[in-house]
Design a binder for this molecule. Structure first.
Ligand code: PLP
Length: 285
């Protein structure tokens, strides 16, 4: 089955899909996006992702490309036309096409693009069984990380550094030595005392949808968590480390920089939390 993209009202072969060179996403990174996991042909946390998309648009005073109900229909159609059972759907909204000038253009419709791709669940499960390594890098991003903007250059640089150093992810660290989040994931630790810690939402991090769902599921299971920042020292000293994101779910981390975490294998708590999250996903399908 060949890939199909949605571009401003049309379903087109992926290889032919394009936007104008004066699209403000291309010129200014003036756009926002979402990535939604698809499992068994169904979207996970669809409402949470759309709530966050609307929030990002609102924070940037950008008009939604269409109302929520038709947007959901287009998302379903993109999934259907690409025959996705397990994978992701990507959607991006920009402030539209206009002659290049910094201020917002007047009466310009937003651009909407969607793509979808398959992901291997078997590969994801194998990665989770082994655990991954992360590195730490300085957080060099702007102060509105709560907005899911397509302006991702610092994240790209962080991820590339991780790749260059053989790691899966880079945890970013603020000027006070506190971990903010990964380049495309939220960061968590389990302390030596067994406390599960993740940073509270603020402008310093993206409010991960996976993070929010995991917190909700843990509350349902009477598992306590501590919402607070943690330092690099605490990270290196943690009993367990894991990360969350729509594409990684709950993923155990077994090495940070050159420090082996625990016994170098996924910890009991991380594994339990992954299975709690997997149960939640199964319930969504
Ligand atoms: C910077 C950043 N933090 C956290 C996340 C995790 O968010 P979610 O769980 O909604 O995928 C992402 C996802 O892309 C991200 O880019």
């Amino acid at each position: 089955m060949s890939r199909i993209a949605y571009v401003n009202g049309q379903y087109v072969p992926h290889r032919d899909a394009s936007v104008h060179i004066e699209d403000r996403g291309y010129q200014f990174a003036d756009g926002v996006y979402e990535v939604v996991t698809v499992t068994g042909g169904r979207m996970i946390d669809e409402e949470g992702h759309l709530d966050r998309l609307w929030r990002s648009l609102n924070e940037l005073r950008m008009a939604p490309p269409m109302k929520r109900a038709p947007l959901k229909m287009v998302m379903r159609e993109v999934i259907r036309q690409n025959g996705i059972r397990d994978g992701i759907i990507y959607l991006q909204v920009t402030r539209g096409v206009a002659p290049r000038d910094h201020p917002f253009p007047k009466n310009t419709p937003s651009s909407l693009v969607m793509t979808a791709k398959r992901l291997s669940m078997a590969k994801a499960a194998k990665t989770a069984e082994q655990g991954v390594s992360v590195i730490t890098v300085p957080d060099i991003r702007w102060t509105r990380r709560d907005i899911k903007s397509v302006s991702l250059l610092p994240n790209v640089l962080a991820k590339q550094e991780a790749k260059d150093r053989g790691a899966y992810e880079a945890f970013q660290v603020d000027d006070d030595g506190m971990v903010t989040e990964g380049s495309s994931t939220n960061a968590w630790i389990v302390t030596k005392e067994g406390r599960i810690v993740t940073r509270p939402t603020s402008n310093s991090i993206l409010a991960g949808i996976t993070r929010a769902s995991l917190i909700r599921e843990l509350e349902k299971n009477d598992i306590e968590i501590e919402l607070r920042s943690f330092s690099v020292e605490e990270l290196l000293d943690a009993k367990e480390v894991f990360l969350t994101s729509s594409t990684s779910y709950v993923l155990p981390v077994v090495k940070v920089d050159d420090q082996v975490i625990g016994n170098g294998h996924p910890g009991i708590v991380s594994q339990k939390l992954r299975s709690i999250y997997e149960n939640f996903m199964a319930g969504e399908v």
